[in-house]
Ligand binder design. Structure first.
Ligand code: ZN
Length: 137
């Protein structure tokens, strides 16, 4: 894994949270993106070299709606950038981690993503991501 790519935070209402985090960081989000495959709206903030992703459910079946129902708003996942997502998925599987999707899927921010089940990572939902321009699929 190369580095933490971003931290994902589950929020109930993206508009009011964009306002809250704008006040916190001293600057506004730089983009909003809907990810239909996950039923979420996302927004992104840059804080120095780091990125924060806010996620709002767009349907009750969204993983974000389920997360908030169970645990409330808060840190939802940590995303790590990888060079070769397929290779990394194979490696983690062989190390005994449970992957939430068999194949990489299209996430926000022009990335291929795969999630690791929090039950196999001490309760932390981990996202692997690889920029699509780096992907050879
Ligand atoms: Zn993410």
């Amino acid at each position: 894994m190369k580095k933490i790519e971003h931290i994902g935070i589950a929020v109930r209402d993206l508009n009011s949270s964009n306002e809250l985090f704008r006040a916190l960081f001293g600057k506004a989000h730089y983009k909003i993106e809907a990810v239909d495959s996950e039923n979420v709206n996302t927004s992104f903030f840059k804080v120095g070299p780091n990125k924060i992703e806010l996620l709002e459910a767009t349907s009750p079946s969204s993983p974000i709606a389920k997360f908030i129902e169970k645990r409330g708003e808060g840190i939802h996942h940590i995303a790590f950038e990888v060079k070769d997502i397929l290779k990394e998925m194979k490696r983690l599987e062989s190390e005994g981690f449970r992957l939430l999707n068999e194949k990489p899927k299209r996430g926000a921010d022009n990335k291929l993503v795969c999630f690791i089940h929090p039950k196999s990572a001490n309760g932390v939902l981990i996202e692997l991501c690889q920029s699509i321009q780096d992907a050879d699929l």
